[in-house]
Design a protein around this ligand. Structure first.
Ligand code: PLP
Length: 395
């Protein structure tokens, strides 16, 4: 008899990313599914990692992060958000944003506590809450309409999700998979409810520098009453194009940081020493790097959006992230999983079915969409576009 998986993880299953990537390899499809660049980040950052290894930075790091990286995270916060944090007591370095989110939830959510999550959601949020014994409460982001051209929440639905048992709210802005960048008025509504109900906010900001058309990511922690109740999480993966390095961080006032560090010390204890040195060098890159990054991704976005729209798919143009959501109904499809399998095996382009980002009860909300990643070289996108051009004829 095979051994049984423990109850606490028994329902987690295999991620859709792994399944679609496997299918993509099997059918030699161009993978616009999983969100990782097929190109490297800056050479100077790679050189900083190599130099750190050569200089002997190869033993355990400080559990909550090397001082140079914590200082660099603090300086980055001041430069881009005008917020001051103490690197010694308010910043924790983790193994990617993924571990920061997990440590924050395990460190702050008690069994029975409710946690508000906008749908669609990034895939680790719900397992994190369940591992802590918490109870997810879902609030849908509604698809764009003629009146509201961007993904949006209904303030009444959000308000109804709060109650005396609510402990924490997840906010991901810029938002994967919709590409939504929460507007200041929306952040103000969320903040007012968090303050009213004394709720913590866990903000996933990994796409903070991938915002287009001159927009800017605003931190929820900058809203009145939120500085003392927000954990801001980010990482070097998306901003510097090294998703495999897994260097992330959590920023929060000292009492919240104590909770994050308490969990972190027994999840990974510490993360890669030389990669922390390299991440510190990356964060210190001049403003031009960050501007060029957004301009470069905006060009990729515009190229793939135009190509997808030309196939007949209805595009929701993302304000941020490197994902495009496409409505598949104009091509006669109504099932995202069937569409994405067909696209991968028959057309040779892999995409992600967004129902993976919804709770079972709400999967209908994502059923008619597909998510395409544009964090790919121009030639990869061109090859994908060539294949996609045949789509309208085949559908
Ligand atoms: C919204 C979101 N949060 C977190 C992560 C993971 O970040 P990291 O690689 O730093 O763990 C991703 C990666 O795709 C993401 O899309």
């Amino acid at each position: 008899m095979p051994y049984q998986t423990a109850d606490r993880v028994g329902t987690f299953g295999t991620s859709i990313f792994a399944e679609m990537s496997r299918l993509a390899v099997e059918h030699k499809a161009i993978n616009l599914g999983q969100g990782f660049p097929d190109f490297d980040g800056p050479e100077v950052v790679k050189e900083a990692a190599i130099a750190a290894i050569r200089a002997g930075e190869n033993q355990y790091a400080v559990s909550w992060g090397q001082p140079a990286l914590r200082r660099a995270v603090a300086q980055h916060s001041l430069r881009f958000h005008g917020q001051t944090f103490d690197p010694d007591t308010e910043i924790t370095v983790t193994s990617g944003a993924t571990e920061a989110l997990c440590a924050a939830v395990l460190g702050l959510v008690n069994p029975g506590d409710e946690v508000i999550i906008f749908e669609p959601f990034y895939d680790c949020y719900v397992p994190n809450v369940l591992l802590a014994g918490g109870v997810p409460r879902y609030v849908p982001l509604h698809a764009p309409t003629a009146d509201r051209p961007e993904w949006h929440f209904d303030p009444a639905e959000l308000a109804a999700a709060f109650n005396a048992r609510t402990r924490l709210l997840f906010l991901n802005t810029p938002h994967n998979p919709t590409g939504k960048v929460f507007a200041p008025a929306e952040l103000a509504q969320i903040a007012a409810l968090c303050v009213q109900w004394d709720v913590l906010a866990l903000c996933d900001e990994v796409y903070e520098h991938l915002v287009y058309d001159g927009g800017k990511q605003q931190r929820l922690s900058a809203q009145p009453g939120m500085a003392e109740r927000t954990i801001s999480v980010s990482s070097s993966g998306k901003t510097f194009g090294f998703t495999g390095w897994k260097i992330g961080w959590a920023i929060a006032r000292p009492d919240l940081t104590t909770a994050v560090r308490a969990a972190h010390q027994f999840i990974t204890f510490a993360t890669s020493t030389p990669m922390q040195t390299a991440a510190a060098a990356a964060l210190a890159l001049e403003d031009e790097y960050y501007q060029a990054l957004a301009a470069d991704y905006q060009a990729r976005r515009d190229y793939l959006c135009a190509a997808l729209a030309a196939t007949g798919l209805r595009i929701s143009v993302p304000q941020g992230t490197y994902f495009i959501m496409a409505d598949i109904t104009p091509l006669g499809y109504s099932d995202d999983v069937a569409f994405c399998r067909w696209l991968t095996t028959e057309v040779g382009v892999a995409a992600i079915p967004p129902t993976a980002f919804y709770a079972d009860a709400d999967k209908a909300l994502g059923r008619t969409w597909a998510r395409f990643a544009f964090c790919k070289r121009r030639e990869t996108l061109e090859r994908a576009v060539e294949r996609l051009a045949t789509l309208a004829k085949r559908a």
